[in-house]
Design a protein around this ligand. Structure first.
Ligand code: PMP
Ligand code: GLN
Length: 380
């Protein structure tokens, strides 16, 4: 059989987690925290399983959750959303991405994407018949400029896929870059699909800016969030979609035939959690930032400098100073011989470019981070 999906490799996150299990390694590969997540949010889910409905909720999501999403984004990002016509719930951001790409790309449309890119994007764009046009970003700042957009956009550009904060880079798009993107999207009448799943995981007082806050993009962007990331409950797979009514309607038509809906009890718990006060979100940021600092300091003590990290769960390391020049071989050796799993950053580049950077997830217990550092120290 010859097909875009049949020929794909297993995603790097599953591959590395499987290797970590097989070698009983410390897993700093796939991005998930090792603490259990907020107890009251989990209790809200448990209560909803026992006391609430366990039948199909409405296709667009529980009204209480769509209302909470609108309130949450008004409070945290100053975005005004109509919960009835502009908000939808999906089974994870992954489903939201699939629904958006399937709904908004027509065969032959050009789609502008930025690499590093999350591994779901390219196969889904191609499956929808889109022709990817890549803008390649590079460390340490991972920025783009006008000339890079000029090269990527054409009269056939219909869709742009943006991820900010950016996984794995840990960077946040600047106000200037957002304005440029708005200018190009308007000029080409393109829709922006914005993967903003890391919107709450930002550090050092930096704040995420949503595409829906940008002049010129409010009516032509689909914003995608993930409750899994907002509450450090990555297994929950509750995605949040916000967009102008005509865009949301198109995306909902794809959603109705992908999953149709999402477990009602998890939706109820997310509705509860989204209305928590600012202190909760500030505290989550503070705790993650402390872990980032502990891991970065530990690397520095080994004579290794992590790349800057302003957001996400991830720190990146240039492996050149360790005498390595192939991130995939490096990661395989690290997990098999030293019991530590990480992600090769070339997996986020088409054609495996960027072979000298490796990503570590620092959203872990301090003792585990220290043990990982000790194993890295053996490479020196
Ligand atoms: N987009 C990005 C950039 C991600 O990093 C992730 C997962 N970490 C997802 C989408 C998937 O989110 P979800 O688990 O809600 O499907
Ligand atoms: N987004 C997570 C990461 O970047 C992985 C999600 C997954 O395994 N599909 O590590």
């Amino acid at each position: 059989m010859n097909s875009i999906f049949a020929d794909l490799e297993t995603t790097v996150f599953e591959t590395m987690s499987e290797l970590a299990r097989r070698h009983e390694a410390i897993n700093l590969g796939q991005g998930f925290p090792d603490d259990p997540g907020p107890l009251d949010v989990r209790e809200a889910a448990a209560r909803a399983v026992i006391e609430g409905s366990n039948q199909y909720p409405p296709m667009l999501g529980l009204p209480s959750l769509r209302e909470a999403v609108a309130q949450h984004y008004a409070e945290h990002q100053g975005i005004k959303l109509d919960p009835v016509t502009e908000v939808m719930v999906t089974s994870g951001a992954t489903e939201a991405l699939a629904a958006s790409l399937l709904a908004l790309i027509e065969p032959g449309d050009e789609v502008v994407l930025f690499e590093p890119l999350y591994d779901a994007y390219l196969p889904l764009v191609r499956r929808a018949g889109g022709l990817p046009r890549l803008v390649t970003l590079a460390p340490p700042e991972w920025r783009f400029d006008r000339a890079m957009l000029e090269r990527a956009f054409s009269p056939r550009t219909r869709v742009v896929v943006l991820n900010s904060p950016l996984n794995p880079a840990g960077s946040i798009i600047s106000a200037e870059e957002l304005a440029l993107l708005a200018e190009f999207a308007e000029r080409h009448d393109a829709v922006v699909i914005a993967d903003e799943v890391w919107e709450h995981v930002t550090f050092d007082g930096r704040r995420h800016r949503s595409v829906l806050q940008v002049e010129g993009l409010r009516e032509r962007a689909v914003k995608i969030g993930s409750a899994g990331k907002i509450f450090s409950l990555t297994g929950w797979k509750v995605g949040l979609v916000a967009a102008a009514p005509s865009l949301l309607k198109a995306v909902s038509r794809a959603h109705q035939f992908l999953t149709f809906t999402t477990p009602p009890n998890l939706q109820a718990a997310v509705a509860y959690g989204l209305l928590k006060d600012h202190a909760f979100f500030d505290d989550q940021r503070r705790r993650l930032q402390a872990r980032r600092d502990r891991f970065a300091d530990g690397l520095r003590a080994l004579g290794l400098a992590a790349l800057p990290c302003h957001a996400t769960y991830f720190l990146n390391l240039d492996i050149g100073p360790l005498g390595a020049d192939d991130d995939r071989l490096f990661c395989r050796d690290l997990v098999e011989r030293h019991g530590l799993a990480a992600i090769p950053v070339s997996a986020f580049y088409a054609e495996g470019r960027m072979r000298h950077v490796v990503r570590f997830c620092f959203a872990k217990d301090e003792a585990l981070l220290d043990a990982a550092l000790e194993r890295l120290g053996r490479l020196r």
